[in-house]
Design a binder for this molecule. Sequence first.
Ligand code: GLN
Length: 193
Amino acid sequence: MGNVIGVLALQGDFREHKKALQALGVEAVEVRRPEHLKGLKGLIVPGGESTTIGKLAREYGLEEAVRKRVEEGSLALFGTCAGAIWLSKEVLGYPDQPRLGVLDVAVERNAFGRQVESFEEDIPVRGLESPFHAVFIRAPLFARLGEEVEVLAEYAGRPVFVQEGRVLAASFHPELTPDLRLHRRFVELAQEI
Ligand code: GLN
């Protein structure tokens, strides 16, 4: 697959996303400054700690730069776990948490209970022929969805993978399994730009 995709590399498991992209034959670049966005059509925001990612992104001018590119329609985004939280319009219980706010959802952090820190489950995903092995680690939940937001996968009747335009967000970690189908879907989405 052609194309160059960026991975926000401020904190979290960005190396795993890079490896997944490279396994698809896609060039992956680490994004730490606004100038690194130049020429990119897609950006992956990894899992990690959403407050830290949000604070650093604001400090380095990336929040503003990424928002501008998404709003002008020249950048596709894929947020996983903490990355999905950063994309969201609203973070329940944390009104001041720095975030991008381009995905019309309200997220609940650590929504599956702290006692169940992590779990794995095979879940059906819209458009995939067989289930996807989803790894959830202190995962968020999409608690409210705007009208334009499509649900691509659910776990226990709750949305865990959603799409709005060229923005994808997953509660789980597709970069932690060898299955490349969701990364491929994102690369294709970015190529449409
Ligand atoms: N619970 C973390 C947060 O709210 C996200 C966890 C993860 O990315 N694995 O930032």
